[in-house]
Ligand binder design. Sequence first.
Ligand code: ADP
Ligand code: TRP
Length: 331
Amino acid sequence: MTKRALTGIKPTGEPHLGNWLGAIQPALELARDYETFYFIADYHALTSVHSAEDLRRYVRDITATYLAFGLDPKNSFFYRQSDIPEIFELAWILSCFTPKGFMNRAHAYKDAVAKNEAAGKDSDDGINMGLFGYPVLMAADILMFNADVVPVGADQKQHVEFARDIAERFNHNYGKVFFHLPEPRISATVKTVVGLDGRKMSKSYDNTIPLFLEEKALQKRINQVVTNSQAPEEPKDPGQSHIFALHALLLNAEEDKALRERYLAGGMGWGMAKKLFFESLNEQLRGPRSEYNRLIADASYLDSILAQGKDRARAVAVPFLDELRAAIGIR
Ligand code: ADP
Ligand code: TRP
C-alpha cells in the first residue's frame, strides 16, 4: 500500500518566499511518492490569530497559494481542519492518553514561559490553553489519517514524537494497532531562506518577500535587501551577500557558479545584483502569481475545492472514529 504523508499548514500570515522554498515546494514534491494529505490548520492558528477577518483572509490566501503552486486536489487530500469535526473528538480522546508532562515540555509552551520569566512576568502570562494543548490537536491531525510520514520544520519534530508516543499508549492499552507510528521527516536539503536583513526570513521579523506582490512592489521590496557600502567596481564576496544567498536559491549548480564569478570579478554594483535577482524571481513567480490572482478573486471556487476536500477526508475519518469509539467503550 502507498504510504501516507501528511502536513498541516498554519494560516497565520501572508505567505512569503521562505514558506514557498522551505515548506510549500518540498510538501508538494511528496505527491510523487506518497498518498498526500495537506490541510489548513485553522484551529491551530486560532491560538494566535484572534481577528475573524484576518483568519478568514489567511485561510483563503493559503488555499489559493497551494493551488497556484500546483497542488492537485484530485490527486491529494486537501482540506480545512475545522471542516473535520472528527479531529476534535479524537483530540479529546487522545488527551486522555497524554501525560500532562509532555505538554509542560513542549517547545512552544516552554519558550513562551521562558520569555515571560525573562520579562519578570507571571510564567503563564498571555498563554492560552490552546497553546498549551497544541501538540494534542496536532497528534489528532496526524493519527486521524494514520500518516506514516510527517514532513515538518525542525521546530515541529518534538510534536510528531509526542504523536508517536500517544499512539503507542493507545494501541497498547486496547491491545490492537489502531494507529501507525508516524515518522517526522525533516528535509536535509531544505535551506533556511534569509530575509531582507540577513536574519531568517519570518513574518515575526517583518523582513519577508511576500510571494504575490505585483512586479513593481516586488522590485521595491527586493531593493530593501541590506547590502554593504562597496562601490560597483569592487569585487564582492558572494558568501557575505544576502542578495546572493537569496538569488542562489533559484539557481542550478551551473548558474550558481556563473553568478558567483560575476560577483568576484567586480564591476557589478548592488543595484545590478538586485535587478538580476528580481528578474529571476519574477520569472519564476509569474505563472503562480497570475493563477493566484485568478483564484483569490473566485471565492466560490476556493470554497468548492475545500468542500470537496472535506467530503473526501471525512469519508476516511468518520468510519475510523466509529471504530475508535467502539474500542474505547463509547457507543
Ligand atoms: P514565519 O516564520 O514567517 O512565521 P511559519 O512559522 O508560519 O513562518 O512557517 C511556515 C512554514 O514555512 C514552516 O514549515 C517553516 O519551516 C517554513 N519556513 C518559514 N520561514 C522559512 C525560512 N526563512 N526558510 C525556510 N523555511 C521557512
Ligand atoms: N504545528 C505545525 C506548524 O506550526 C502545523 C501543523 C498542525 C501540522 N498540525 C499538523 C504539521 C500536523 C504537520 C502535521 O507549522
